[in-house]
Design a protein around this ligand. Structure first.
Ligand code: KDG
Length: 316
């Protein structure tokens, strides 16, 4: 049984081969992307076992997603193949400068039909951590019910609940996201918002204020991700800012937050102090943005150690 279990939708991503409005883009490259499977792949690269619960369509894209995630060493035994709905897809658009835009084609997808009845309590109960995101909560009412049921099961069995808000305002209005995510904090051990997400969720400005708001709503521990600025770690008794890693060649920022979560949770699984776990999160995030795609540059444990020690691998 995996040490870490996550729950959510994975899609086929169509990446434009040149920048500009999609109507002028002649060619796309396909890849696999989903915040939760990104996280699970990150945990697996770092040497821990991870399981991903989801649904895919009984279609070519579903088979592609499933074999890709399985090939990255993640347990997919709890993924259902749903013959009645398709695998979701999305397109990226590259503005030339700044973060990519995304266009989803996922309404009514197989994953949006997940329901609480398909959760295997024994599978969840044997994990050390359950990872949830606001994306899954936003997909449909049955997905939200599944997230809530998984959270209750995890809590009942002493499994740590990690929540990344992964705010996607293309999926739900801010008012609804605020209501749901704030409610989920009551049973969250580790909350991992980005600063901007925290500002939107709680109507505050600073990382310390985001942390205060989340702790007051029940989170056990909060790490506010600050991008290149590192991260701000807060528990009921301690506060610390952890420096980020310098990145000179960021080419694709999508997936950095999932990489952070994987590094941080891997640190906790290894029994490292929280500050060290945050360093691993920062390093994993810094690595992943250097290559196009959500997971391609996620580090192994050895690569992580080399990176943190500024060692160059032998190239030839
Ligand atoms: O965190 C990266 C994700 O945003 C990307 O993989 C796509 O899961 C995705 C989503 O729902 O936006």
């Amino acid at each position: 049984m995996p040490e870490v279990v996550t729950l959510g939708e994975t899609m086929v991503c169509l990446n434009p081969l040149r920048p500009g409005p999609l109507r002028y883009v002649p060619l796309f490259a396909k890849s696999v992307a989903g915040a939760e499977s990104n996280f699970a792949i990150g945990v697996a690269r770092l040497g821990h076992s991870a399981g991903w619960i989801s649904r895919v369509g009984d279609d070519e894209f579903g088979r592609y997603v499933l074999s890709f995630v399985r090939g990255e060493g993640v347990d997919v035994s709890r993924v259902k193949v749903d013959g009645a709905a398709p695998t979701g897809i999305y397109f990226k658009e590259l503005p030339g400068q700044g973060d990519p835009r995304v266009y989803y084609y996922r309404a009514g997808s197989a994953a949006s039909r997940m329901s609480p009845g398909e959760l295997d309590e024994e599978y969840l109960a044997s994990a050390r951590f359950l990872h949830l995101t606001g994306i899954t909560a936003a997909l449909s009412e049955s997905c939200l019910a599944t997230v809530r049921a998984a959270q209750v099961m995890a809590r009942a069995h002493g499994v740590g609940v990690v929540l990344d808000p992964n705010l996607r305002l293309k999926l739900w209005p801010l008012a609804r996201a605020r209501e749901v995510i704030r409610g989920l904090l009551q049973m969250t051990d580790v909350f991992l918002p980005g600063l901007e997400e925290g500002q939107q969720l709680f109507g505050v400005e600073t990382a310390a204020e985001v942390a205060d708001a989340a702790l007051a709503l029940g989170a056990g521990q909060v790490v506010v991700k600050l991008g290149a600025g590192g991260a701000y770690l807060a528990t009921a008794g301690a506060r610390v800012h952890v420096e980020g890693c310098a990145v000179r060649n960021a080419v694709d920022t999508i997936g950095a937050g999932d990489a952070f979560a994987a590094g941080f949770v891997a640190g906790l699984l290894r029994g490292l102090p929280e500050v060290e776990a945050v360093r691993l999160g920062n390093a994993a995030g810094a690595r992943v943005v250097t290559v196009p795609g959500d997971v391609e540059a996620l580090p192994t444990w050895e690569e992580m150690q080399d990176y943190l020690a500024s060692r160059q691998p032998v190239a030839r």
